[in-house]
Design a protein around this ligand. Structure first.
Ligand code: C2E
Ligand code: CA
Ligand code: CA
Ligand code: CA
Length: 277
């Protein structure tokens, strides 16, 4: 029993050590990748389900290693946040996405909206508003076609700072959506106080539509909540026709998901837009 316990303990510490070492290695690799411009953006179209027409896109970060391997954002974004790298990377994401927005406008897509993810560490950084303001100025991107995606959990960390920052964002003319809505348990009274424009239904609830049918689904409740609060609602992770039809029955007309388009490289986005609905 003694040896097996010790064995277990050794195994435990060894695996912990590897985990931390791996995290540190990944952090260094990420910094190097950022410096060597190995990060790039892809754009997933957002459409009006009634017509299939593109309304805009969400910018999503990609990391391709020197060996040609893709590291999923779910793996490296937390490391970027934890190490503080997200502040610089996030500014680069912001500027690149705004740059692409302007390019699309110059191509004639003058109503195209660009949605950009902003993480907690960026948002609560004292220079965030300055960074946003300067990025808009430097790229001449029109603020009314820019949307920032924040998460519900951010709404709970520091409510006063959030309310103040949201107000400042509004004043710039930029809109805000709550990403992964329904997964963060923010209270409704709280939501009402927040100056946001849109709720983004998390794909878990879109996925649930299939299993539970149309009655009493959380997706339906979120659509109704949005309507009651005067907010737009978009569904993410729409993968099939049935989900699209059901969401439209609920009164949700905006969507993003594989059923319409995958995240696309810049060139593929241009081709996709040219092909039209
Ligand atoms: P998210 O903001 O919820 O982004 C949506 C994710 O769902 C994307 O994964 C997208 O590729 C995926 N997706 C879209 N449609 C479908 C669908 O129909 N089915 C399924 N199964 N998945 C779909 P991705 O690109 O791997 O991004 C994962 C997460 O990484 C994002 O979740 C976001 O939280 C974070 N992220 C990505 N780019 C950035 C960024 O530039 N900044 C920050 N702060 N976070 C980012
Ligand atoms: Ca998002
Ligand atoms: Ca999301
Ligand atoms: Ca999500």
């Amino acid at each position: 029993a003694k040896t097996s316990r010790r064995g277990g303990y050794e195994y435990f510490t060894r695996s912990m050590g590897v985990e931390i070492r791996e995290r540190v290695m990944l952090m260094h690799a990420l910094r190097a990748a950022f410096e060597h411009e190995r990060l790039f953006l892809v754009y997933q179209p957002q459409v009006d389900m009634r017509t299939g027409k593109a309304l805009g896109a969400e910018a999503l970060l990609r990391w391709r290693t020197d060996e040609g391997k893709f590291v999923p954002p779910d793996q490296f974004i937390p490391i970027a946040e934890y190490s503080g790298l997200i502040v610089d990377i996030g500014e680069w994401v912001l500027r690149s996405a705004l740059h692409e927005l302007v390019a699309l406008r110059n191509m004639g897509y003058t109503t195209f909206q660009m949605a950009i993810n902003v993480s907690q560490a960026q948002f609560s950084h004292p220079l965030f508003m300055q960074t946003l303001h300067k990025a808009l100025q430097d790229t001449s991107a029109p603020p009314q076609f820019v949307e920032l995606e924040i998460t519900e959990s951010m709404a709970m960390k520091d409510p006063d700072l959030l309310i103040k920052t949201l107000h400042q964002i509004k004043q710039l003319g930029v809109s805000v959506s709550i990403d992964d809505f329904g997964t963060g348990f923010s209270s409704l009274s709280h939501l009402q106080k927040l100056d946001v424009d849109k709720l983004k239904i998390d794909r878990a609830f879109v996925n649930d539509i299939q299993q539970n049918g149309s009655e009493g689904s959380i997706a339906k409740m979120i659509v109704q909540l949005g309507q009651n609060l005067g907010l737009s609602v978009i569904a993410e992770g729409v993968e099939n026709d049935m989900q699209a039809k059901t969401l439209m029955d609920y009164g949700c007309h905006m969507a993003q998901g594989y059923f319409y388009a995958r995240p696309l490289t810049q060139q593929d986005l241009h081709d996709w837009l040219k092909a039209g609905p």
